[in-house]
Ligand binder design. Structure first.
Ligand SMILES: C=CC1=C(C)c2cc3[nH]c(cc4nc(cc5[nH]c(cc1n2)c(C)c5CCC(=O)O)C(CCC(=O)O)=C4C)c(C)c3C=C
Ligand SMILES: [Fe+2]
Ligand SMILES: [Fe+2]
Length: 358
């Protein structure tokens, strides 16, 4: 039986208070994140990491001093592996490669090589492609695989922003939270869904990063599946961490608008598929407090997918469709081609881009 290694990508998070600073150093010295000339990046990246450590540590302290991301990703990996092996056509094993904290690509590439698969499938736990997330992880993986001597056919599932099964699972969670929120509100209070995605510096999007476009596609697909006529909803962007201009509107600005309109909000994280500091602290603590301060008449949240069976099924179907499809893979996996306006599929241009950034 053929062996297939499915490598799940995510960002990673500190596993102890002492890991916060080195984790942030790994993040801010990544050329995909800090787009400055190579000779200043190590210095500037460490400087920014040092300055960010206090605020980030305070957030992780609320979560017991560590990110829950690895445990949640391990659960997703186990569930996905179990579902994939039900078919019996091949032997699947899931691996995890985090970008900025352990287990990272080098250790995972060695583990994959030791297992001896016939092929590898890279599966980002980012539904939308961004050069800062999936793109960066692919570059790190390719370098690590070369160092580990892992030379088996490797395919990349670059994004699934509009995948109907992914959108249906997300819509089901939104509907459940929407009904629960509505039941707790007076009938005259309007309820607005805020689809909150991680932000990006505007300059990255202007240089062709398809992330914002793909976030819009996800929201359109989820709203389409919800099928609620006249649904009051908006897209907004959270987690701004640098002083440059980031894409908007910000989640804060949408809370202000909701306060002005006297509308309650249901916040749905649309670019994270696992709970972590940016959902459990930023959305559940910081934005909730801000909403209360502004007088927003109700604040509710849709949980992230984690190991929701509908999400695991969507991932399994994406993997199986990828396995069955001989074409070079990208958003084809979601049944759609990368949009013409971005020219080639983004990952096809990654290596050139990586060289440009370094
Ligand atoms: C310039 C900085 C950053 C960009 C661009 C960015 C993009 C980006 N990030 C995610 C998802 C996650 N980010 C997480 C943590 C995190 N991200 C940044 C900075 C940028 N992210 C920082 C500094 C941190 C650390 C936490 C903090 O200091 O606030 C995480 C994991 C956090 C955890 O709790 O484990 C995720 C996941 C996406 C989807 C994205 C762009 C598309
Ligand atoms: Fe981030
Ligand atoms: Fe693609």
């Amino acid at each position: 039986m053929q062996r297939v290694a499915v490598v799940l990508f995510n960002l990673g998070g500190p596993d102890a208070p002492d890991s916060v600073r080195p984790f942030l150093e790994n993040l801010f010295t990544d050329p995909a994140i800090l787009r400055v000339p190579g000779f200043v990046r190590p210095w500037l990246g460490r400087f920014i990491a040092k300055r960010r450590t206090k605020a980030a540590s305070e957030n992780y302290a609320i979560l017991g001093g560590r990110s829950p991301l690895l445990e949640l990703t391990e659960e997703q990996a186990q569930n996905l592996q179990a579902r994939l092996n039900e078919g019996g056509e091949a032997e699947y094993r899931s691996f995890i490669a985090m970008r900025y904290w352990h287990p990272m690509s080098d250790a995972t590439a060695r583990a994959v090589r030791e297992w001896g698969p016939d092929r590898v499938l890279l599966l980002p736990l980012y539904p939308q492609f961004s050069t800062t997330t999936t793109g960066s992880s692919i570059i790190a993986w390719e370098e690590a695989a070369a160092r580990a001597g892992l030379a088996v056919p490797t395919r990349i599932l670059c994004c699934y922003h509009s995948d109907p099964s992914f959108a249906a699972g997300t819509a089901a969670a939104v509907r459940k939270a929407h009904d629960a929120a509505r039941a707790g509100l007076a009938p005259e209070v309007p309820l607005r869904i805020l689809f909150s995605a991680h932000g990006l510096p505007e300059s990255i999007v202007k240089r062709g990063d398809p992330y914002q476009w793909q976030v819009e596609q996800t929201v359109a697909a989820v709203v389409g599946q919800l099928g609620i006529e006249g649904l009051d909803h908006a897209i907004c962007y959270q987690s701004r961490v640098t002083p440059q201009k980031w894409i908007g509107p910000s989640t804060e600005a949408e809370l202000e608008r909701a306060a002005h309109d006297k509308a309650a909000v249901l916040v749905c994280p649309i670019a994270f598929v696992s709970e972590h500091s940016e959902t459990l602290v930023e959305l559940d603590v910081e934005y909730r407090e801000e909403a209360e301060r502004l007088g927003v008449p109700g604040y509710f949240r849709v949980p992230a997918q984690n190991s929701d069976p509908a999400f695991i099924r969507a991932l399994r179907d994406l993997v199986l469709r990828t396995e069955a499809d001989a074409r070079p893979l990208c958003s084809f996996a979601g049944g759609r081609q990368c949009p013409k306006r971005f020219g080639d599929c983004p990952h096809a241009r990654l290596k050139a881009r990586a060289r440009e950034l370094a």
